[in-house]
Design a protein around this ligand. Structure first.
Ligand SMILES: Cc1ncc(COP(=O)(O)O)c(C=O)c1O
Length: 459
């Protein structure tokens, strides 16, 4: 029989699929033998990859080997146990199984009619997150690509819900420690820079409630329209959690929408210590959380949660005639909850992760990340030459060496290849930073990382 166009014989597909699993599991098994970040210059990569689009069929297995070696062999490995830069993605090996299965079946979660299985699952996983984070029952949500899209989607929905559309006089409040992707999202939505108040933080890099209230009062007196306050449940720089309860009081008194960026830190609310830090989280009008950060799912897995039912649909539902056959179902169509119409099932990888390990193990893994940062802090305090700049908070510790420039030291460590810290600037001061959310990192690796940094600083 003639083969169908653009297909492979089933036996070959099986063989190639098994090869993919071998490539991936082999890499995982040897991950500690590789550096957490591997780069190459453009010319080197182009020399191995660049060619005109081939007209004739090629060797799929050879292409897969090239992809594994050259393409996927040159990048940061967010799941490497000694990758501590920015925010790691300590994905478990289970999430990728869900991604592979879903991609193999070309899953779609756009309408109820066209994807009721993936939609039902996504609604379930949203409900799991609502329960685990202690948010009010009835909170709705949608899975998106990342924290940037979750927060920007929240802002668009909040604007319509609270202002009825764009108002050039509407003002947004956030701290200077707020992630730049959020201010970028506001800009893309048409908020002018002079309508986004980035307030100075207190000494612990948190949004001061008094300054927030004063800024709102000033803007009201000037005839402006205070609209939205963004609070952080775990900043990228230091892991600081803004005083959510007190900010929620101000938001409630002033009629402002409260958005909490928990892209990084919200999973810590599964642990008793994190929950205590995040008192007031349940009062957020919207919350962004990234399971591809601290809930052990691979990229891209983010979720936006919105307390008031129907707010997302009010902003994003559409009913063109060519979708009419899939419209009007009493069950939700997730295309109506964001700007994404065609959408794969991002919830499946989180669902499978929870099914595989259970909540208790996930909670322990989050607590372990917090404890590893505390160990790093204690080791730094005991090692001459280092100063802890901000203590371990939600698995992030920042520190500086008396003799070495932080950015140069971070670059040297990455090039050295044992561990990858990153650098940032706090109150004008360059610092090194470790984000220790990978539960597979050992205590010995934390100690060895600091020993290696101490050695590099001395050079
Ligand atoms: C606190 C915080 N908010 C938002 C983002 C943006 O998330 P994403 O990169 O998934 O778009 C990040 C990313 O690291 C973050 O740490």
């Amino acid at each position: 029989m003639e083969p169908e166009p653009l297909s492979l014989p089933p036996e070959e597909l099986r063989r190639l699929g098994h090869r993919v699993v071998d490539l991936w599991v082999d890499r995982l098994q040897t991950i500690r033998e590789h550096p957490p970040v591997r780069t190459a210059d453009r010319a080197t990569l182009d020399a191995q990859l660049r060619e005109p689009p081939p007209d004739a069929p090629g060797d799929v297995e050879a292409a897969l080997e090239l992809a594994a070696d050259v393409v996927l062999g040159h990048m940061q490995r967010g799941d490497h146990p000694r990758y501590f830069a920015r925010v790691p993605s300590p994905s478990s090996p289970v999430g990728p199984l869900a991604d592979a299965l879903a991609a193999g079946m070309n899953a779609i979660a756009t309408s109820w009619a066209g994807g009721s299985g993936p939609t039902a699952l996504e609604l379930l996983v949203v409900d799991w997150l609502v329960e685990l984070l202690g948010l009010p029952a009835g909170t709705e949500g949608v899975f998106l690509s990342g924290g940037s899209m979750s927060s920007t989607t929240a802002f668009a929905a909040a604007r319509l819900a609270r202002l009825g559309g764009h108002d050039p006089d509407a003002v947004v409040y956030a701290s200077r420690q707020t992630h730049a992707s959020l201010t970028r999202g506001l800009r893309a939505l048409g908020f002018a820079d002079d309508r986004v108040r980035l307030l100075d933080t207190d000494a612990a890099f948190r949004l001061p409630v008094d300054a927030l209230a004063a800024a709102i009062a000033r803007d009201r007196a000037a005839g402006l329209r205070p609209f939205l306050v963004v609070a952080n449940a775990g900043t990228t720089n230091t892991g600081a959690v803004d005083p959510l309860d007190a900010i929620a009081d101000v938001a409630a008194a002033e009629g402002l929408w409260l958005h909490v960026d928990g892209a990084y830190g919200a999973p810590a609310a599964l642990t008793p210590a994190g929950r205590a830090l995040m008192a007031g989280l349940e009062r957020a009008d919207s919350l962004a959380i990234d399971p591809h950060k601290w809930l052990f799912a691979p990229y891209e897995c983010a979720c936006l949660l919105v307390r008031e039912p129907g707010v997302l649909e009010a902003a994003f539902a559409m009913e063109p005639e060519y979708l009419r056959d899939t419209t009007g179902d009493p069950e939700p169509s997730l295309r109506d909850r964001s700007l994404q119409l065609t959408r794969a099932t991002r919830a499946l990888k989180l669902w499978l992760t929870v099914k595989a390990f259970g909540v208790a193990a996930i909670r322990d893994a989050i607590a372990r990340g917090i404890a590893l940062a505390e160990r790093a802090e204690a080791t730094l305090r005991a090692t001459p030459g280092w100063e802890v700049v901000t203590p371990a908070q939600l698995a992030i510790v920042t520190f500086a060496h008396e003799r070495a420039d932080a950015a140069r030291l971070a670059a040297r460590a990455v090039a050295d290849g044992y561990a990858a810290p990153s650098s940032t600037t706090l109150a004008g001061r360059p610092v090194l930073r470790l984000c220790t959310i990978n539960p597979r990192t050992t205590e010995a690796e934390i100690d060895a990382t600091i020993a290696r940094l101490t050695e590099l600083a001395a050079r």
